[in-house]
Design a binder for this molecule. Sequence first.
Ligand code: ACM
Length: 745
Amino acid sequence: MRSIFSTLLLLACSFASVSQSRINIIPKPEKLQEMDGNFPLNNNKILVSKEFREVGLLLADLMQWKQNRVIVLQKGSVPPAGSIVIEKTKGNKNDSAAYTLDIKKKGIRIAASGYAGAINALQSLAQIILTQETKTSIPCALIEDKPRFGYRGLMLDVSRHFFPPSFIKKMIDLIGLYKINALHMHLTDAAGWRIEVKKYPELTSQAAWRTSYGWKKWWNSDRDYAKEGEASAYGGYYTQANAKDLVAYAQKRGITIIPEIEMPGHSEEVIAAYPQLGCVGAKKGQGEFCLGNDSTFIFMQDVITEMMAIFPSTYIHIGGDEAGKANWKTCSKCQQRIKDNNLKDEFELQSYAIRRMEKFISSKGRQLLGWDEILEGGLAPGARVMSWRGEKGGIEAARMGHDVIMTPGGTCYFDKYQQDPTTEPEAIGGFLPLQKVYEYEPMPKELEADKQQFVKGAQANLWTEYVPTMEHAEYMVFPRIIALSEAVWSERKNMEWGDFQYRLSQHYKMLQRLNVNYCRPSDRVEISPVIDAPKGTTTISFSSEQFKPEIRYTIDGSLPTSNSTLYTGPFSITGSALIKTAIFRKGRMNQRPDTIDINLHKAIGKTIVYNKKYSSSYVAQKEATLINGYRGSLTYQDGQWQGFLNDMDVTIDLGKEEALSRLRSTFMQIIGPGVYMPHFIEVSLSADGTNFTPAGKTLNDVSPTDSKLSFKTFEVDLKGKQARYVRFVAKLQRGFLFADEIIID
Ligand code: ACM
């Protein structure tokens, strides 16, 4: 829940007049000064310092000019008018990503001390060119720019669904435009091994193909692997030649490809191909390597050795996440390893394995990177951490002086829904709209100033269990990666949502021309109420993913029309109201209206006793949640949905006896993460808090196999009965119950 202050501030920003410039670069440059006039583009000469020849060639390619337009600059020569100069200048090592881009009527000059800076300048220039109506001229401007964070990443999971090299190149081109400089490839997982390893050919001959295309169907059925060429075999892999080609392609565009080879968990496909590497020795049913077996380490070192020959990245990612410990507990070899090394438990056994890999990787001059589980049982000395289970692991690692990449699930997992889940293709769950990505601050507030240097940047992760096609992958990545690019490149003081929305609106044409299947901005109106219960008033504010939408609304439950009140900023209402609002274009309502029922009901702010506790994982607003007047939104992570792993059983004390007309409570079902409707709800009433009389029961009618996100409001008619105490029970069916409010009228 946003505070009222930030909500108002945001609104003020979104509706303030955003300067509409001719140059709209994302991420926002540090300094941008627009100038009068234009620079004409017409087969210009591109004069480059020899180190930047590739940058010149990329520009020629973008403009479809001949390669011989790119000429290496001669010392002392004066560039003729109309040339584009890309020049290496002196600078210190820390500035190698910084650049100057000076567009004058008579010529363009790019200056950078490093290749990264020259590429960053080229990407700014490319955006300027590609967002103009035509490629014939661009506006004059002076840009001086550098990144806030050195690591700006995207992870693609190519195991759950395999994407061919041509698509990876398209992604490299697109994310490069937004100055993303790291592409982390999740190359191995149960769903398929995706990279040729010469020493272990069975990895690809046995485990790069599976028996069905959709991950979910496969995961919920046999989880068998298939042979290439079988009719239903789905999968594929990158040959080493493919991978080297991708590395070179990315490098030219300033992007480092970081390979991830999972260990010790998420390795079912390896064990299927080489069962002797598991504890049990069977082909199926194991996802973890045996850590008591030296062959595991020989295997990993061999594989990593081949990877290091293909991928020159400093970071080598070894996974490390979500390893089950059960097999290790009963495996004599693992237990022997624990004993021989004086390890406390299986967590220390995992840590032993990571330390051993870290030593190996460091000895080759590289750095081990792993998911934050590698902290468990003790972090290896030179390990770097990717913090995904929130920021806690990242903070802990930074405090110990280890480099950290932030990629917390709540704001960086692009496998979550980005718009109303009921209208979106099936996703893994959760809700991560564009604005939430934009507002992500990679530097944790609580991290001490002297430890902030260890936070190297942030990364978005696209896990592809529910992302079977390339078009769908584009849809999940764009435009959210554009928002993240600014969050991780630009200084906070230069960032503003309304201004970003304007610049983004100028990028859609470019994305369309580049044939990107981006998620279109939502036509929904986001409604944020701030309730003042003692005063009986509510302040309402609206926001939207559309740029400067015409939002109209009613407060009496009627359908808004083109004559309804125009929204210009937050407004206040007294008492209850049914608000309906929609975006209008050319006098017509764009979509079904969005609605909020402001109901200052009898239970708000009263006393509640939990006869059974809520789950410590989903406390929401703790004891205030169910009687604060705030309804939950589309996601259970919004701080208004409270979770229960047992029956929900509460008693509300209204403070005095009153006549009650009805009770309503809404539950959510989203079975992916295990959230189900209750079997039923039951209400009983009392005058003294001791003797309760049943007042009604309502049964569930939503099927527990209905996999779409759904909401059901359970209602009990209280028929005007008098009571001071209301006991509410919702019977757990399975998994979690999630409730947002108990509305008593
Ligand atoms: C992860 O999401 N398991 C890193």
